[in-house]
Write a protein that binds this ligand. Structure first.
Ligand SMILES: Nc1ncnc2c1ncn2[C@@H]1O[C@H](COP(=O)(O)OP(=O)(O)OP(=O)(O)O)[C@@H](O)[C@H]1O
Length: 366
């Protein structure tokens, strides 16, 4: 067994002690399956970390382990400089000082908003608890509705009430599992912006689980991208978007075309022309990810000929399917409306290197 760090040993920390929540080499097995493997992530104090990944990638499991609802098989969890779960240590959920917000908000239907918030403050003297609950409701602009019941509130108001309840005990970390997925799409943007404003004002450290890359980019100061229980990449939204580390990351953060490429004389060639330089040896097979916005109309000298198969007007842009020799599936592009004139069937296209990412092909990389 590995030596166990005593509870008062500072968390080993890349952010020089500023990590509010640290998952260290975390693995989780359940039902005879490996659900998480060697995951190390840090949530920086006062910032929002988004755990992003497709369904089943292990995001909720991580959150449950941070909350103490589930216990990892190996590895450690630190909250601030306290080890809360390790091979020989396990703090129960109520001792961890974390707040939880669930997808369905999980408000008590038979309690008023004030009583919902008071529920998490049971350890405080009654007067202090009441003042704290009211301040929390005021903070999310629900003060006037303190005596209302959850079913009288809109979805956005319920979400704010759930946030007030989670924040009132002043948790060290607030954990939110798909907190916006129950809201309709028009309300979502507004509630996301409000939530972010509240988290920023209260200088909360938040970990938000989402499967939606746009939501992760909107909400997260940093994103941890997971796949099949493993950490794929961490970074700021900009870092992940502009510099995805794998074909999976490129395709998860934005829609892509995947082209087969190969290295010839130091250049990666594809059916859409030369897309990058590469130091790899001749004949190395490459996967080339081209964002839909990275397919550009070109002139006959600078492009590859393509035939328009289909076009769909989407308001702010037009989705166009193109047939290109040497590419089996249609190449998809998003053009500005009017960029491609009506009645045009034959065009020339080229790829924008800024929106093109090249990866050496490995077993199962697509
Ligand atoms: N206690 C458990 N016993 C058995 N299997 C489990 C357990 N907890 C999680 N799993 C499985 O682990 C996988 C990861 O689940 P998890 O809920 O963490 O993923 P997720 O990324 O949050 O997915 P989703 O977005 O669908 O909620 C799933 O296949 C799930 O069924």
């Amino acid at each position: 067994m590995r030596p166990v760090a005593p509870a008062d040993t500072p968390a080993p920390d890349i952010h020089a002690g500023r990590s509010a929540l640290t998952f260290r080499d975390l693995s989780f097995e359940a039902g005879g399956r490996e659900i998480l493997r060697d995951v190390s992530i840090q949530a920086e104090a006062g910032k929002v970390l988004c755990l992003l990944g497709p369904s089943g990638s292990g995001k909720t499991s991580l959150l449950r382990m941070a909350a103490g609802i589930e216990r990892q098989t190996r590895g450690e969890i630190w909250i601030g400089d306290r080890l809360v779960a390790g091979p020989e240590r396990y703090e129960p959920p109520e001792a961890r000082g974390v707040g939880l917000v669930f997808q369905d908000f999980a408000l008590f239907p038979h309690k008023t908003l004030r009583d919902n918030v008071l529920y998490g403050l049971a350890g405080l003297p009654r007067r202090e608890a009441k003042a704290r609950a009211e301040a929390a409701l005021d903070h999310v602009r629900l003060g006037p509705l303190a005596d209302s019941f959850p079913h009288h509130l809109s979805g956005g108001e319920q979400q704010r009430a759930a946030l007030a309840r989670a924040l009132a005990p002043r948790p060290r970390v607030i954990l939110m599992d798909e907190p916006f997925s129950g809201l309709d799409s028009r309300l979502k943007d507004e509630v996301r912006a409000e939530t972010l404003a509240i988290l920023t004002q209260t200088r909360s450290t938040a970990v938000i689980v989402t499967h939606d890359p746009e939501e992760a980019m909107r909400m997260g100061d940093r994103i941890a991208l997971l796949r099949n229980g493993r950490l794929v990449q961490t970074g700021t939204p900009r870092q992940l978007y502009l510099n995805p580390s794998s074909l999976f990351a490129a395709g998860f953060l934005a829609e892509i075309n995947v082209l087969a490429g190969s290295v010839q004389a130091g250049k990666v060639t594809t059916p859409l022309g030369i897309v990058a330089h590469s130091p790899r040896s001749d004949g190395t097979k490459m996967d080339v990810a081209v964002r839909l916005t990275g397919v550009k109309l070109a002139t006959s000298t600078g492009g590859t000929s393509a035939r328009v198969l289909e076009r769909r007007f989407l308001g702010g842009e037009e989705l166009v399917l193109l047939a290109v020799d040497g590419v089996s599936a249609p190449v998809r592009a998003r053009f500005h409306p009017g960029e491609l004139a009506d009645n045009v069937h034959d065009v020339f296209v080229a790829v924008d290197p800024v929106e093109t990412f090249v990866f050496e092909r490995t077993e199962g990389s697509v």
